[in-house]
Design a protein around this ligand. Structure first.
Ligand SMILES: NC(=O)N[C@@H](O)C(=O)O
Ligand code: NI
Length: 167
């Protein structure tokens, strides 16, 4: 029987997520100022989009089916050559499961965040993360990541007898 490590989700905040990248959201903590004659407030430069050398930043939409809970995390991936940003378009929460960069993700280093429906995330290059985990219903996400030469997706199976059970 595989041991199950129960990983509780934590709220997504810029400070808590800082080791993994940025949170993309309307926040008074961000630099913001009025534009367009005052009709619009610009929340400026919220994430470091990094297409890497020879890469190009591309914009896509992911339509994701919801995952069932509790969710067993068995693998993570990373994009060593560029960042990857997700911005929810459907207004629903989703799960963000990450581990610090490095050769392989360690199960005891995993963090699980419950992202709100108006919070995006930008994974810095090389940050281990689980592929998109929508919740509740089919949800759309705007995705900004990298196109270009080179292999930009490493996958790692969580080793050891530990599986992460998100509750
Ligand atoms: N495969 C793909 O484009 N998406 C993943 O990288 C992901 O993080 O969801
Ligand atoms: Ni990814």
């Amino acid at each position: 029987m595989t041991a199950v490590l129960r990983l509780r989700t934590e709220p997504l905040t810029a400070a808590a997520f800082a080791p993994f990248g940025e949170v993309i959201e309307v926040s008074d903590a961000a630099r913001h100022y009025p534009i367009n004659g005052g009709s619009t407030e610009r929340y400026h430069d919220l994430a470091r989009i990094a297409p890497g050398a020879g890469g190009r930043a591309i914009v896509s939409i992911f339509r994701a089916r919801p995952c069932a809970l509790p969710f067993i995390v068995e693998m993570l991936e990373r994009h060593p050559l560029g960042s990857q940003a997700f911005m929810p378009l459907s207004g629903r929460p989703y799960l963000v499961v990450v581990a610090p960069g490095g050769e392989a993700p360690a199960a005891d280093g995993l963090r699980a965040f419950l992202a709100g429906g108006t919070q995006g995330v930008n994974y810095a290059p090389g940050v281990w993360h689980h592929p998109l985990l929508a919740l509740q219903a089919v949800s759309d996400f705007l995705v900004i990541d990298r196109a270009g030469p080179g292999e930009n997706c490493d996958e790692a199976v969580l080793t050891g007898a530990v599986r992460i059970d998100l509750v």
